[in-house]
Design a protein around this ligand. Structure first.
Ligand SMILES: C[S@@+](CC[C@H](N)C(=O)[O-])C[C@H]1O[C@@H](n2cnc3c(N)ncnc32)[C@H](O)[C@@H]1O
Ligand SMILES: [Zn+2]
Length: 586
């Protein structure tokens, strides 16, 4: 079944240029709001409703958004649909937790004015790169400069003996990857790649002379690096809340330990050469390419990697990791960059976004009542350690970051759910302040603990946002980490809020708060009635959360509770099992 976006409607006319809302529409796929908007939409897309992008799973692969790893990246078509739904060309769209810049890019593509804020300088760097095209000529020249400076030296460190089984050329084979890990060098396995015909051949065990050459190279690492005057983040320590076990097991204390000596040397050579590029924009684009390729050439690269080299939401070195050829990976990433840059040039061109590295808890740079629409997703509680994970790239770029204002649940930063809620409340207050009266704010969120949802709900209820509609959003594709057992979210829920034009309504506490059994039962019936005969736990949970949030949001400004208690994904699972009887479901 095609995935569908269900958006509430900003309907019946406008006031002061911003949409006013009389009521949320309860159909699953509401068409765009008023008649004029509906006509605009139909003319532009040749269709009535927002199944347009969502139905097209293949369309997910936008080169500009695939260029660099980031966590919890939103599906571009969902963001675009929301922007087109709630705003008109020329309107101001803000994302105060912009991450890798999907909202900013989609706002520019749809000819809105875009404002992106993020506390993390890596996020604002990625956002700028995603939304600012670089001259193709300058980029090609810069790449050629870097190639001339370091390619031969780097490639030489992966040379293999013998002739290419494909084209017969001698001396043109390198190890595209070398399977290493805790095994001795004589047991390493290589996948030969021919630099003449570009074909790879079957993996084979490394020869003893190749292994000896590699060992000698790695022994001379310090001497070579000093002789070449190289820099790398040698001192950068791994600050990672879940790291104790990892560090003890892997004995990893510093970032550089995520790289073999060979690849550390080659990354340092590459960085050195990129830093010497004089043209600023092209240099920045190649630095972006550099950080994008880093995880692949690190020891975090395992067998099941497909491009980004970082499938987990944590640091992890698989027992048999794949040590990739730095030049070859960089070259391939550069090709991706050219495609991304071409797309940015075609879709965004000269249109510029305003991207600021700042905390969403203080948006003093934005005037009150000036923003037409917010689409955003704040960190989902404790799901992803953005500060610690992005340090892997920031360390190489020398980008400093103070995590004091990071909105997250993170023991090593001393932030519990209370601190998370308090900071999110400040951010929600700022979002409320900068929005025009009557304007909408769509927030994506997820957590498997209703206590965190409660902090979220309170944060947006306190400044006075009205809750218009809560819509579970399945992802377009399951990523490797999209399993609750990994502790990372499988789906997200879109919460559509609105800044009232007047005083806003305070809702009375429901006389009979729903019980978990009621919510689970209703959710199950709803999903089954909509064609999901055996719905997944995640989809039941999302329905439960949506119903619970809708029933309890903003009641007396208090946190929503469930008969005095709260619930987690586990409780939903147990209730579901009780409802269905033993063995009724997974
Ligand atoms: C879920 S991610 C956003 C992902 C983004 N929607 C995308 O598509 O890539 C949340 C972002 O919030 C940022 N963040 C955390 N605390 C913040 C704060 N106080 N102010 C602004 N951004 C913050 C994190 O750095 C992270 O990039
Ligand atoms: Zn060949």
């Amino acid at each position: 079944m095609p995935r569908q976006l269900r958006l509430p409607i900003p309907c019946s006319g406008t006031a002061g240029g911003s949409p006013t809302v009389t009521r949320p529409i309860e159909t699953q796929i509401p068409p765009p709001g008023d008649r004029e908007r509906r006509r605009e939409f139909r003319e532009r897309h040749g269709r009535e409703a927002y199944t347009l992008f969502a139905a097209d799973g293949a369309a997910r692969g936008q080169p500009m958004h695939l260029m660099h790893k980031y966590w919890a990246r939103k599906d571009w078509y969902a963001v675009r649909a929301c922007i087109e739904h709630y705003t008109r060309p020329g309107d101001i769209v803000l994302d105060p937790f912009c991450g890798s810049g999907v909202t900013v890019a989609e706002a520019l593509i749809t000819e809105r004015r875009a404002l992106g804020i993020d506390l993390n300088p890596m996020a604002t760097f990625i956002t700028e790169m995603v939304t600012t095209p670089v001259s193709e000529r300058a980029l090609r020249r810069a790449f050629a400069e870097v190639e001339r400076a370091v390619k031969d030296n780097i490639v030489d460190t992966y040379r293999l003996h013998g002739a290419c089984p494909g084209c017969g050329t001698r001396g043109s084979l390198i190890a595209w990857h070398t399977i290493r890990g805790s095994r001795p060098p004589s047991d390493y396995v290589v996948e030969p790649l021919c630099l003449t015909c570009h074909a790879t051949s079957d993996e084979r065990r490394i020869s003893s002379s190749e292994a000896q050459r590699l060992t000698a190279l790695e022994k001379s690492f310090e001497a070579v690096a000093t002789a070449e005057g190289l820099w790398w983040p040698a001192e950068a320590r791994l600050e990672y809340p879940n790291a104790r076990r990892y560090r003890q097991k892997r004995r990893i204390e510093r970032f550089e330990q995520h790289f073999t000596r060979r690849n550390l040397l080659n990354c340092a050579r590459l960085l050195n050469a990129i830093r010497a590029v004089r043209q600023r924009d092209a240099r920045r684009a190649l630095l972006y390419c550099f950080t994008s390729h880093l995880a692949c050439v690190s020891a975090m690269n395992g067998k099941h990697v497909s491009g980004s080299g970082w499938m987990m939401n944590r640091f992890y070195v698989p027992p048999d990791f794949y040590d990739e050829s730095v030049w070859e990976r960089f070259r391939r990433t550069y090709e991706k960059l050219c495609r991304a840059n071409g797309q940015t040039a075609a879709l965004i061109g000269e249109r510029k976004a305003t991207v600021v590295c700042a905390s969403a808890t203080d948006l003093h740079m934005i005037a009150s009542g000036s923003v037409d629409y917010v689409f955003t997703d704040p960190p989902y509680g404790d799901s992803i350690d953005y500060y610690e994970l992005t340090d892997f790239w920031r360390a190489w770029l020398g980008l400093e970051m103070d995590h004091a204002d990071e909105i997250v649940i993170n023991a090593s930063q001393g932030k519990d759910v209370g601190a998370f809620g308090e900071m999110l409340t400040r951010a929600a207050g700022e979002i409320y302040r900068v929005l025009k009266p009557g304007a909408w704010c769509s927030v994506a969120f997820q957590n498997k603990d209703a206590a965190v949802w409660s902090a979220f709900s309170t944060a947006f209820a306190l400044p006075g946002f009205e809750l218009m509609r809560v819509v579970p959003q399945p992802p377009s594709a399951k990523s490797f980490t999209m399993t609750w057992t990994e502790g990372s979210p499988k789906t997200h829920v879109l919460v559509h809020l609105r800044k009232p034009t007047g005083q806003g309504r305070r809702r009375p506490r429901p006389a009979l708060p729903p019980t978990l059994a009621d919510l689970v039962g209703e959710s199950l019936r709803h999903l089954q009635a909509n064609g999901a005969h055996s719905p997944s736990l995640a989809s039941v949970y999302d329905e439960v959360v949506s119903r619970w949030l809708t029933a309890t949001y903003g009641t007396d400004g208090a946190a929503p509770s469930l008969g005095g208690g709260s619930f987690t994904l586990k409780d939903v699972k147990r209730t579901l099992e009780e409802l269905l009887g033993d063995g009724g479901r997974q």
